[in-house]
Design a protein. Structure first.
Length: 50
């Protein structure tokens, strides 16, 4: 790669790394969210217009 001084890695190594990041983010979000929460849709607005 022209603009990088990093050593090349395999596709498998990249996928494993990305999977690890995904799992860490999921874990962090799960810790932050309450066990129950709701989402309310008013059915009136569309694209911030009434």
């Amino acid at each position: 790669l022209r603009y990088s001084n990093l050593d090349p890695i395999s596709e498998e190594t990249l996928r494993l790394g990305l999977s690890g990041v995904t799992q860490a983010v999921k874990r962090t979000i799960a810790e932050e969210l309450p066990s129950h929460f709701g989402v309310m849709f008013d059915g009136v607005t569309h694209a911030s217009e009434h």
